[in-house]
Design a protein. Structure first.
Length: 372
């Protein structure tokens, strides 16, 4: 069960340290929501790649057109939903259909069923029964969707009116989480259900003035498992507790990262001391000796991979990556930073005062140490 006091303490600290007061916070917060939600559906675009794609129309190298279109469609859908939330507009079935249309506008696939061919991207409810996948559970019959969605909109609007001017942060989050669960459970469309459910959850949080929560790709299995356990056990708290826990952990990571980013290191830490031009330089025992009048053709070759980023940049990239995902692997760090695996291992060993791995194997995780 969620520790409400501990969650509220973390939430309050998140608001008070200054994270949400930064310039462009809303923009980059939404960017993170989009990148992580898209990654839950198979996209591998990073937040930086999404930013370049949205702001400068620069496609991500090595990424498929479909991955990038998933993110672009989701960006348009988030803009539409957050504009709707800013106006405190009511939820209707037609609005949710329009929102679904935007979520899959360029990636929806036509479905041929017993009742005919459905055109992709129209936002129409599914007209076929579907299975939930692993576990053999089935979603409600398509014949029940219209009435279920009408009831859901009524429930959303009634709870919104009661919570819009409330100071009960826990209740507001619980409502957004419950709405996400119900949309996932009804499964009104043949595709895009997860993206839309998380989008509506975030839009409600935005309307309530809350910090929206993101579900990172590494927690996808836990997310699905919590959904199934809540559905099978008829216990909504399983799913909501999972989301509270993940949101609290994400806020704690961002707080830690923000506080460490705001420590101004002495400038000499970033500048290599320059030698006095008159000061003789000591030669290494391994450095070849050059005889007088001998052509200098045997000078030592540079060691390592010249294409790797500089050491200080690698350290910053490692810390930022771990702050975003505390279960990231060394191999993934090597891919993200462009450094070799051996370099990553060496750097992590030298960064023992900044980061440590707690646990073992895939069950373990990274922890950032607070600078004193």
């Amino acid at each position: 069960m969620i520790n409400k006091e501990a969650f509220l303490e973390t939430y309050t600290q998140y608001q008070e340290v200054g994270i949400t007061k930064q310039m462009n916070y809303d923009k980059f917060s939404q960017l993170a929501l989009i990148a992580h939600s898209a990654s839950m559906e198979g996209s591998t675009l990073t937040e930086i790649e999404c930013q370049l794609l949205f702001d400068e129309n620069i496609p991500a190298k090595g990424k498929s057109e479909e991955e990038q279109q998933i993110a672009t469609d989701l960006k348009n859908a988030y803009d539409y939903a957050f504009s709707h939330a800013a106006q405190n507009s009511s939820y209707t079935v037609d609005y949710l259909k329009e929102l679904e249309k935007k979520v899959i506008e360029h990636t929806g696939q036509p479905r041929v069923t017993e009742t005919g061919t459905r055109e992709a991207g129209l936002g129409d409810f599914r007209n076929i029964d579907v299975m939930a996948g692993v576990g053999g559970c089935s979603y409600p019959s398509y014949t029940l969707i219209a009435s279920a969605m009408s009831d859901l909109c009524t429930n959303i609007n009634e709870r919104r009116q009661a919570l819009l001017h409330s100071q009960d942060i826990i209740a507001q989050y619980q409502h957004s989480f419950a709405t996400c669960f119900l949309l996932e459970s009804i499964h009104p469309w043949t595709e895009g259900n997860g993206r839309l459910a998380r989008l509506v959850m975030n839009a409600l949080q935005y309307e309530y003035g809350l910090t929206p929560n993101k579900i990172i790709r590494e927690n996808k299995a836990e997310y699905i498992n919590a959904l199934l356990r809540s559905k099978n056990g008829n216990d909504l708290s399983i799913f909501t507790d999972f989301l509270f826990k993940q949101h609290q952990e994400n806020m704690q990571i961002e707080i830690h990262k923000y506080l460490n980013d705001n420590i101004l290191n002495p400038i000499e830490n970033f500048i290599e001391p320059q030698r006095d031009s008159k000061e003789p330089q000591e030669k290494s025992d391994n450095e070849p000796q050059i005889r007088p009048n001998e052509p200098q053709t045997n000078q030592r070759e540079p060691q390592g991979n010249n294409n790797e980023p500089q050491e200080d940049l690698i350290e910053v990239q490692i810390l930022r990556s771990i702050a975003d995902n505390n279960k990231i692997t060394r191999e993934e760090l090597a891919t993200l930073t462009g450094a070799s695996l051996s370099t990553i291992k060496r750097r992590l060993k030298n960064m023992g005062h900044l980061v440590q791995y707690v646990g073992s194997g895939y069950s373990g995780h990274w922890e950032l140490k607070t600078k004193s």
